[in-house]
Design a protein around this ligand. Structure first.
Ligand SMILES: NC(=O)c1ccc[n+]([C@@H]2O[C@H](COP(=O)([O-])OP(=O)(O)OC[C@H]3O[C@@H](n4cnc5c(N)ncnc54)[C@H](OP(=O)(O)O)[C@@H]3O)[C@@H](O)[C@H]2O)c1
Length: 263
């Protein structure tokens, strides 16, 4: 299968670790240049170094907090200062704390929306005019299965993901005619620091240990194990590529079959 990614350029938010970094590696492995953004400059530098050394593609980076005003424009400006064109956007910055609904304060809900939902909205909004002018773009949103099947111990994440799915679909309808395809990936529990933190939160709620909680999750996953970062990254890479052809407005689950609903 020809992914046609050689020489293309991707912005990846949350690109310094976890699923964002894994997606950047997978894109770079196919010959795409990558521009990474997240807050931690040291992590950005080490991921950028690792990618350049492994794949010899051009790598750019910008350390910033995506919740800051104007963050979307700053990222796009920096990326276009280094690369002539941006072909791909992977929105992977995100995290939301879990907890008992009654104890979750307003600020936790606000933070959850500010970071993952509004962060992706701001970056997409800033980049889309460039993609429209070129009649080409591939946007891949890392969302999460709790958007389809809310988790009672993680309602802020569930609400953010559901809202993100609505915008993912809406954007695919608005921009499909401009050659901009918008799709999402719904990872099930996938081994990253974020999911380990979430397990720790949920364990407190359930009065158990993170290990016991992980075992409980594994029993709910038909294939009997957590996902690995590169398994999600390969699907992101497919959706970011021309090989995904007629795929627009979908949410692809990469969850070992954990989601029970038909859609
Ligand atoms: N792993 C899973 O099982 C799973 C399942 C479903 C959905 N997801 C979703 O996939 C996405 C990535 O998750 P992950 O598991 O890879 O988590 P992760 O390893 O914690 O990565 C989160 C990324 O977001 C960045 N980030 C956090 N706050 C930021 C801010 N204010 N401004 C800019 N960047 C920020 C982090 O870098 P800095 O801290 O340096 O800023 C990091 O690069 C999230 O939206 C998550 O909800 C993950």
């Amino acid at each position: 299968m020809d992914l046609n990614l050689k020489g293309k350029t991707a912005i990846i938010s949350g690109g310094n670790k976890g699923l964002g970094a894994a997606s950047a590696m997978a894109l770079a492995a196919e010959g795409a240049n990558v521009f990474l953004t997240a807050r931690n400059a040291d992590d950005l530098q080490s991921t950028a170094d690792e990618i350049s050394a492994a794949y010899g593609v051009e790598v750019g980076q910008l350390a910033l907090d995506i919740t800051d005003d104007g963050a979307g424009e700053k990222i796009v400006e920096a990326a276009l200062g280094q690369f002539e064109n941006i072909d791909i956007l992977v929105n992977a910055a995100g995290a939301a704390r879990g907890g008992v609904f009654h104890d979750i304060e307003d600020q936790v809900w606000r933070d959850a929306f500010e970071l993952k939902f509004l962060g992706a909205v701001k970056l997409t909004r800033a980049l889309v005019p460039h993609m429209q002018a070129r009649k080409y773009g591939r946007i891949v949103n890392l969302i999460g299965m709790f958007g389809r099947e809310p988790a009672k111990q993680a309602l802020p994440a569930s609400a953010v993901n559901a809202a993100f799915m609505a915008v993912n679909k809406g954007l695919s309808q608005i921009y499909g005619g401009d050659g901009i395809f918008v799709n999402a990936v719904d990872p099930g529990p996938t081994r990253s620091q974020r999911i380990l933190d979430l397990f720790a939160d949920m364990a407190k709620v359930n009065n158990t240990t993170p290990k016991e909680l992980e075992n409980g999750f594994r029993q709910q996953i038909p294939i009997g194990r957590l996902g690995e970062l590169d398994e999600v990254a390969r699907v992101v890479t497919f959706l970011a590529s021309d090989a995904s052809g007629n795929v627009n407005g979908t949410v692809l689950a990469v969850d070992g079959g954990m989601t029970k609903g038909l859609f």
